[in-house]
Design a protein around this ligand. Structure first.
Ligand SMILES: [Zn+2]
Length: 474
């Protein structure tokens, strides 16, 4: 088995290769190397895949370690990673999780084993023996016990088949893309596996549903751990929005992040410092004390770059609206900041909008309740422009996003409103930007600007220091 896993070596080499784009390297590590080890977990006994032999590491653990080392080296991450960064690296990307998606095989082993046991249960039933249990019986008991330990719940005794489990509309909606909510529960004992899954040999959502539940359990335990401070909770909250991780997915339809930009965005999402060295003392540009390593994002002297970032988001929004037949105009060079950033004319109403980004890890925001910085900014915008909108018989909508890419609820609704007002019917035109396309482009643009601001900050600090040195030399 170790030899078979070694056949993935070229993939590990590709991940480490600096000529291979970083975004693809991480994508390969997340998605493409998983099927083979998961196939082994599903088909071979635990004692082969996951239990160490004669002083060696278990093959799957060994493979996991090598894969992580390849990614860490490729992105020049600190080794070892701090626990909170390691947690983010190992959680799924999607809504409610907010990780990078490099799931350790240990985390998926029990769900994979149990799902494969359920799929083959009917076929192997006749070989079952209590007197001399076969490996498949031992493994399924072990997987069941491990799932219970990790917090998976058991169905009530009265439930014999999972299809009897009732699901509310809200639950069905929440699980729409994640799995089957009825499969979250296990039978009351592992030997009921055949009847509980109705003797089906295909239960496609079982592994996925249980894996999602395990990830949610890990998240719940992690977030509620009193050792984790407000900034960690705030970061996890921001990253758990569906749209905030869109930049991790390589896309053929939009531009992707360059390697440098990807590394910065990656570090930000993991809660690491932007660069491998510490910024200390007072900021050479604004003179204020550096209270957190992402000071570049709040430094007053970088206001110009932040205005550029703001304007490019508004231009993207204008392009999105135009492609969906919504007439709009932008007011980006309003120095007095007296009118909102844009006006959007829909058939039934005029909507005025103003956009702003919030650095939720800034020294003033990082200890607030997660998401509070964004809400406060939205309220400020509403207070500022409410009267203006009333006078114009228009509605005002604040478009606030935090630096991780989480959008305020009103921003979401506005994007959906434009999509709903599109006049295009029948076959969508090639030039129309869909809502999801807009969200991906926005996520990429947003992280590109974060990287640009950080790089610009570092360059300007160097310039200022060299200037001071030159002046001292006379
Ligand atoms: Zn500064």
């Amino acid at each position: 088995m170790r030899e078979k896993l070694l056949r993935q070596d070229p993939v590990l080499q590709a991940i480490r290769d600096p000529d291979f784009p970083a975004i693809l390297a991480v994508h390969v590590a997340r998605v493409h190397v998983q099927p083979r080890p998961i196939y082994f977990i599903r088909t071979l006994p635990y004692r082969v895949t996951s239990i160490p032999h004669e002083g060696t590491v278990a093959p799957l653990t060994d493979f996991d370690t090598q894969l992580r080392a390849a990614v860490t080296r490729r992105l020049a991450l600190p080794d070892p990673l701090p626990p909170t960064a390691l947690y983010s690296l190992s959680q799924p990307v999607g809504k409610g999780h907010g990780g990078i998606g490099l799931l350790p095989l240990d985390n998926v082993a029990a769900a994979a084993k149990w799902a494969s046991a359920a799929a083959s249960a009917t076929d192997v039933q006749r070989f079952e023996s209590d007197a001399a249990p076969l490996p498949f019986q031992l493994d399924r008991k072990a997987a069941y016990a491990s799932l219970l330990r990790e917090g998976i719940a058991v169905a009530e005794d009265a439930i014999n088949v999972y299809t009897q489990i009732e699901v509310s509309e809200d639950e069905a909606d929440e699980w729409k893309f994640k799995g089957d909510p009825r499969l979250r529960l296990l039978p009351s004992n592992p030997d009921a596996i055949v009847t509980f899954y109705a003797s089906q040999c295909r239960i496609p959502m079982l592994q996925r549903t249980l894996s999602a539940c395990l990830a949610s359990e890990r998240r719940r335990r992690f977030v509620n751990d009193p050792l984790h401070t407000r900034p960690v909770q705030g970061r996890l909250y921001s990253c758990s929005a569906r749209e905030s991780g869109s930049w991790l997915q390589p896309s053929l339809r939009t531009h992707n992040l360059s390697d440098d930009q990807f590394e910065i965005a990656f570090r930000y999402r993991l809660g690491l410092d932007p660069v491998p060295f510490k910024l200390v003392g007072d900021c050479v540009l604004c003179g204020l004390e550096i209270k957190e390593q992402w000071h570049a994002l709040s430094c007053k002297k970088l206001q110009g770059k932040k205005t550029n970032a703001h304007d490019s988001v508004m231009r993207l929004l204008g392009r999105y609206a135009t492609s969906n037949d919504v007439i709009n105009s932008l007011h980006l060079h309003d120095d007095g900041k007296l009118v909102p950033d844009g006006e959007f004319h829909l058939p039934r109403e005029t909507v005025l909008v103003d956009h702003s980004g919030v650095h939720s890890m800034s020294s003033s925001n990082r200890n607030k309740v997660p998401g509070a910085g964004v809400k406060i900014r939205a309220r400020e915008k509403v207070n500022k422009y409410r009267q203006h909108a009333l006078d114009a018989q228009a509605r005002f909508v604040p478009l606030i996003a935090d630096r991780f890419g989480r959008l305020h609820g009103e921003f979401h609704k506005f994007i959906a409103l434009i999509d709903a007002n599109s006049l295009q019917c029948g076959t969508p035109s090639a030039t129309r930007m869909s809502q999801s396309q807009f969200e991906i482009e926005l996520a990429v643009l947003w992280q590109q600007w974060t990287a640009k601001i950080v790089y610009s900050y570092l360059q300007r600090c160097r310039k200022a220091r060299y200037g001071a040195f030159r002046a001292a030399r006379g």
